[in-house]
Design a protein around this ligand. Structure first.
Ligand code: FES
Ligand SMILES: [Fe+2]
Length: 359
């Protein structure tokens, strides 16, 4: 997988993979349908009828608590003519009613009423909602579109182990911040995966930390970032990223759960869900959010410039720094591995292997 020796000569993914619609269509299936994706939080899904919706890479998912208190997840698409079911980010319902012609489903996805339909040979049992895998880890609710793959805990692996001592469940949800940026999701991930850019892109942050000691450690499908502050203090929390698009930053004052959601080959929505240790510490909590937004704005600006340059048709691929960009190398290796492992998964008809782009 990520042999450091290979890195000495590592080149980046070709520029075309950052905007090509066919490549993106293949990533939807090989990467985003194949991995557990964070869809919401158990605090939003407490009792029967509570639901959350989550859309990523073109998939639209509805997670609901059924009558027994168990989590169920479905494609958020009516089986009649693909009408919309739940349209709010989260809420509560007794039954699931389509907004187009009013077909009604129960909380287990069964079709209970095809309003005034008029066909004798119609079997409602054949038209239940299409299920999606759902599982929960420490109050975070994940879904997976593909019916095949490891359990959530197996997939999280060392990422979950690194959080074992952290007080995730005792934190209080405070707010969501959403930024839509005009970049491919990999442009954002590459940038996230290294601290090399900090002196140039984040001068305010650079003034607070020892950027020269910034480290990225690579685990099984995840990376851990570490950097001491200027006064030499090391953070007591953890700062983790899990392939392909989830980051968890746990620190003494709270936790940021960050997802970046591909909306298309050139558009990504960054969602921050913020949790706090002490809801009464309003000034400290607000200051942490303010600093986070400032860094995100700086990252957005540089990533959008890079995206434009990747699409210029001039640049194709560059070299990666063995000293600073091992996290980028790991990420790009996992993209290549996933694409090569799933060459037939795209529904758009392409059967080319990733190696045709990457060699
Ligand atoms: S599309 Fe849902 S009822 Fe017609
Ligand atoms: Fe950055």
């Amino acid at each position: 997988m990520t042999n450091p020796a290979d890195m000495e000569h590592a080149t980046t993914l070709p520029a075309a993979t950052y905007s090509d619609p066919e490549w993106f269509e293949r990533e939807r299936h090989a990467i985003f349908a194949a991995t557990w994706q964070l869809a919401g939080f158990r605090t939003q899904l407490r009792g029967p009828g509570d639901y959350v919706t989550h859309a990523f890479a073109g998939f639209r998912i509805l997670v609901v608590v059924n009558g027994d208190g168990a989590l169920r997840a479905f494609h958020n698409v009516c089986r009649h003519r693909a009408g919309p079911l739940a349209t709010e980010p989260h809420g509560h319902c007794q039954v699931i009613i389509c907004g187009y012609h009013g077909w009604t489903y129960d909380l287990d996805g069964g079709l209970t009423r095809a309003r005034d339909f008029g066909a004798d040979d119609f079997d409602p049992e054949e038209f239940g909602l299409l299920p999606v895998a759902v599982d929960e880890w420490r109050g975070l609710v994940f879904v997976r579109v593909s019916p095949h793959g490891p359990t959530l805990l197996n997939e999280l692996g060392g990422f979950a182990e690194r959080c074992a001592d952290q007080p995730v469940e005792s934190l209080t949800y405070s707010q969501r911040l959403t930024h839509t940026i005009d970049v491919n999701w990999k442009t954002y991930t590459d940038n996230y995966s290294e601290g090399y850019h900090i002196p140039f892109v984040h001068p305010g942050l650079h003034a607070q930390i020892r950027t020269s000691e910034y480290r990225v450690d690579v685990g099984d499908g995840f990376t851990e970032h570490r950097v001491p502050t200027r006064d030499g203090a090391t953070a007591s929390g953890v700062w983790l990223w899990r392939f392909p698009n989830l980051a968890l930053n746990i620190y003494p004052e709270g936790m940021n759960v960050e997802r970046w959601i591909p909306d298309g080959p050139r558009r990504t929505t960054v969602i921050y869900d913020c949790f706090v240790a002490d809801p009464a510490a309003t000034e400290t909590n607000a200051e942490i959010v303010r600093l986070g937004v400032a860094v995100l704005d700086e990252d957005q600006r540089i990533c959008e410039q890079v995206q434009g340059n990747l699409e210029s048709g001039i640049y194709d691929r560059g070299r990666l720094s063995p000293r600073h960009e091992n996290g980028v190398y790991a990420f790009q290796t996992w993209v290549r591995d996933a694409m090569d492992a799933n060459p037939q998964d795209a529904s758009a008809g392409s059967s080319s292997k990733a190696s045709e782009f990457t060699q």
